[in-house]
Structures are given as structure tokens and as C-alpha cells.
Design a protein around this ligand. Sequence first.
Ligand SMILES: Cc1[nH+]cc(COP(=O)(O)O)c(CN[C@@H](CCC(=O)O)C(=O)O)c1O
Length: 304
Amino acid sequence: MSDRDGLIWLDGEMVPWREAKTHVLTHTLHYGMGVFEGVRAYKTDQGTAIFRLQDHTNRLFNSAKIMRMPMPYSKEQLNDAQRAAVRENKLDSAYIRPMCFYGSEGMGLRADNLETHAMVAAWTWGSYLGAENMEKGIRIKTSSFNRHHVNVTMCKAKANGNYMNSMLALREALDDGYDEALLLDVDGFVSEGSAENFFLIKEGVLYTPELTAALDGITRKTVITLAQDLGFEVREKRITRDEVYVADEAFFTGTAAEVTPIRELDRRAIGSGTRGPITAQLQSLYLDIVHGRSEKYRDWLTLV
Ligand SMILES: Cc1[nH+]cc(COP(=O)(O)O)c(CN[C@@H](CCC(=O)O)C(=O)O)c1O
């Protein structure tokens, strides 16, 4: 990722991509206390637009607040940085990664002179779980790793260090031949994917786990709104893995994953074993919206 042309926003300046470096004694590199976002910009007939930019920036600031990381920039500055990262790199569509981290001002857990730095990079990133899987659906397994207990790390913060749990779960799933992991919470109820929120559909009703150990996903919020606008009932509840086995449909949501159908959990086909009809309807509407093809939800788009 480091050897490419382009520009990265770093601490208020656009710097050449290859020069956007940090010291090996960067505190976050050692201890994982940093916060980040995953944001997508899409090509629309009015130009390139970022989906729910303000919501993502709000969550970034909330994550920093939870981690008690002082933020040296305003929300407006971070919004402008994300728009600039897409625009200055001349990207029609992009995955945008804002990240705030502690620098190399000090080492050790007791370092009291740390400064928060901020970077924003943007690059082209296609379908997160494979274009063909957006129709066929993915195969997932229940992970042997639980999602964090809500009082171990802070699950409403999109914090760098939380993603060791995600990587352990995802790598186990991939090694076992699956496309993604489904993580249970410490009580054994379904929480979320390694980088996605989870939904199932049973007899026309959508169910999604109560947030607790899961990230408060922006795509999850979006899909709940869309489903309700389409007249579907959406319930947040504790979900067991075997409720997924006998569900009619299931899917993941996320900025990177968008709306990705799940066709199988733990070698049990879900419903017909492919993308279900309600999943297809929500996926199609979501993709119309992010590409600016829906007037009703245009407020969610910010032109770069
Ligand atoms: C743990 C987790 N849960 C749910 C979500 C969905 O949240 P939202 O994007 O606001 O709908 C994400 C986003 N995962 C981001 C990082 C992916 C990565 O591989 O890095 C993303 O989708 O951009 C998570 O990381």
C-alpha cells in the first residue's frame, strides 16, 4: 500500500503518498490506541459523493472521546480532509480511511506527552467480499473467538486495537475455507462479523442483534431505515446461532461489505442457499442510494 502515486492528508497537509510515514516508536503502533473510520465515496451522476460523511466523522470523534484521545482538528476539518483526499487523488469512487493516532512523543503506558495525529488516505477498493458473492452469498462459520466483552475494550469505539479480535476470527475462518467469521458475544449470542453487522430474516421480519458488543454500524442504521421505509418490521434481539441455521435469509452490512448476502453458516444452507429476495431488494436499494439514483435519500451524499 505504501508504494504508489498520490497524496495523503497528514496533520493538516497533503503529502506525497510515499512520504506519509511515521516513526517506529509511534505509540499507537505499539499499544493500539487509535481510532479510525471506513468511508466510501461513489460515482454519481452529479459527481463523486461520500456516503454519510458526517455520520462517519461523528463516530470518529465519539471513538476518540471514548478513548480519551484529544482531537486537534474540528469535524469540519476532517470532513474537508476526506473530500480532499478523494478529489486530490482524482478518484471517481474510493474507500476512505481517516485514522487518528498517538505519535512518537513518548513511550510506555504512562507517557503523558502524547499528541494526537490524524491522517486520511483514499484509494479504489472494489467489492469487499467479492463481486460474485454479492449475488451468490458467502459461506461463514461461527468463530472460536468471541467478540469482546463490553467492559474489556470499548465496542462503540472503532478503535485500532479492537481489530486484533477481528483478524483472529477472520483468519481462522479463511484458513478453514470460509469467506467470513460470525462472532458470538461472551454469552454465546450472535454479535457481528469481523467487520460487519449482521441481519437475519424470518417470515418477513428482519432481526439484528442488540448492539452491546457490536459496533454501531452506519450501514446497519441505513438498512434499518430502508427496511422500515419499505414497510418491513425490524427487531433488535438476542439471536442464537441455531436461529441463523433456520432463518429464511441472512446478510452482513458494512461500509466495505455494503449489503452482502450470507448463504451458509457452519455448513447449514440458509433458506434457499443463495441471496434471498428481501436481501436482494435491500441490496439493490442501498446501491441505488449510494450511487445517487434515489432522490429521497440524497441528503446522505456529500459531493467531494
Ligand atoms: C467490527 C465492525 N462491525 C461493523 C462494521 C460496519 O460498520 P459501518 O461501516 O459503519 O456500517 C464494521 C465496519 N468495518 C470497516 C472496516 C473494514 C476493514 O476491513 O478495515 C468498513 O466496513 O469499512 C466493523 O469493523
